[in-house]
Ligand binder design. Structure first.
Ligand code: NAD
Ligand code: LMR
Length: 329
């Protein structure tokens, strides 16, 4: 093997998403079947022993691409030389807990991690924030890393995107592979807006194929937007394997690009497109090429969509104000 290994840091490595994620990274599904990886597992002291156990299991898989595993509870060590950072470690929402409650509990984690990324990560660092509230945690980390280009900080809405694909597939009977150009707008929260108006089902406009605005408003949108809560209710724990799968998809797309006839959704720093205030990390339709996400431009936004995008963006602005008030940005 001649390629230089890519260093991938995973925070919260001993958690349930970490357990579903690490084996897939080590097997080559994150970056490609020919890309060797080094793993850095970052945990809090209480999580170190479990992370060591996971590392033993990773060893026992004898993955040909895995060229080393380091474990640390120090962000300055955990992000040293990182090319890709998956910020998963956070406190998951539990039954009855509102996402707003998470801001204070989790905000403090992401500021020092952003600073450690700023000071120690590789120049080409790409950051995906999974830990909730993902968009605002990404904003906190990004604000603490002034030397890293802002667009390297992203938040995960790919799980919402995949959920929307699956629901639309069930409704139309078309396989997910035939559904393109879906968009998740806004926050990874119940206010998110899954938009089918530019989507295609087997080459036809999805809204026209569905032809049922009531289903969109009363079934599709709430099912996708509240799926995280429904899974918590059913499992007694937040989504893990599907979240790990979406993280793999997000980074794989970021690194390897989107198909010419499709786009995906990701929380990226707004450049003011579609009236989303500059600097917010909001979900948009994005393409990827040459290791960069680009917001898809020029889409018509109808009244149905405008109201819903605005509501989610308003929530993001409120979260930004809240973390500003806490001195986190
Ligand atoms: P978990 O509780 O099973 O694991 C979290 C792990 O993070 C624990 O092992 C904990 O020790 C560790 N941790 C806590 N603080 C840390 C820190 N400062 N540094 C390093 N590690 C730290 O939780 P989980 O189920 O793996 O979920 C992780 C996060 O992902 C939660 O915030 C959850 O809400 C979020 N999530 C996001 C999405 C999404 O689509 N964006 C989907 C599902 C879950
Ligand atoms: C999900 O979408 O499954 C999670 O973000 C839910 C949560 O709040 O942890």
């Amino acid at each position: 093997m001649t390629r230089t290994p890519v260093t991938v840091t995973v925070t919260g490595a001993a958690g349930q998403i970490g357990y579903a994620l690490l084996f897939r990274i080590a097997s080559g599904q994150l970056l490609g079947a020919d890309v060797p990886v080094k793993l850095r597992l970052l945990e809090i002291p209480q999580g170190l022993k479990a992370a060591e156990g996971t590392a033993m299991e990773l060893d026992d898989c004898a993955f040909p691409l895995l060229q080393g595993i380091d474990i640390s509870d120090d962000p300055n060590v955990g992000f040293d030389g990182a090319n890709v950072a998956l910020l998963v470690g956070a406190r998951p929402r539990t039954k009855g807990m509102e996402r707003g409650d998470l801001l204070e509990a989790n905000g403090g984690i992401f500021k020092p991690q952003g600073k450690a990324i700023n000071d120690h990560a590789a120049d080409d660092i790409k950051v995906l924030v999974v830990g909730n509230p993902a968009n605002t945690n990404a904003l906190i980390a990004q604000a603490a890393a002034p030397d890293v280009p802002a667009e390297r900080f992203t938040a995960m809405t790919r799980l919402d995107h995949n959920r929307a694909l699956s629901q639309l597939s069930k409704k139309t009977g078309a396989p997910v592979s035939e559904i393109k150009k879906l968009t998740i707008w806004g926050n990874h929260s119940a206010t998110q807006y899954p938009d089918v108006f530019h989507a295609e089902v087997a080459g036809k406009n999805a809204a026209e194929v569905v032809n049922d605005e009531q289903w969109l408003a009363d079934t599709f949108i709430p099912t996708v937007a509240k799926r995280g809560a429904a899974i918590i209710e059913a499992r007694g724990a937040s989504s893990a394997a599907s979240a790990a799968n979406a993280a793999i998809d997000h980074v794989h797309t970021w690194v390897n690009g989107t198909d010419a006839d499709n786009w995906t959704s990701a929380g990226v720093v707004s450049d003011g497109s579609y009236g989303v205030p500059e600097g917010l990390i909001s979900s948009f339709p994005v393409t990827a090429a040459n290791g960069k996400f680009e917001i898809v431009q020029g889409l018509d936004v109808n009244e149905f969509s405008r109201t819903r995008i605005d509501a989610s963006v308003k929530e993001l602005e409120e979260e930004r104000e809240a973390v500003r008030g806490l001195g986190l940005i």
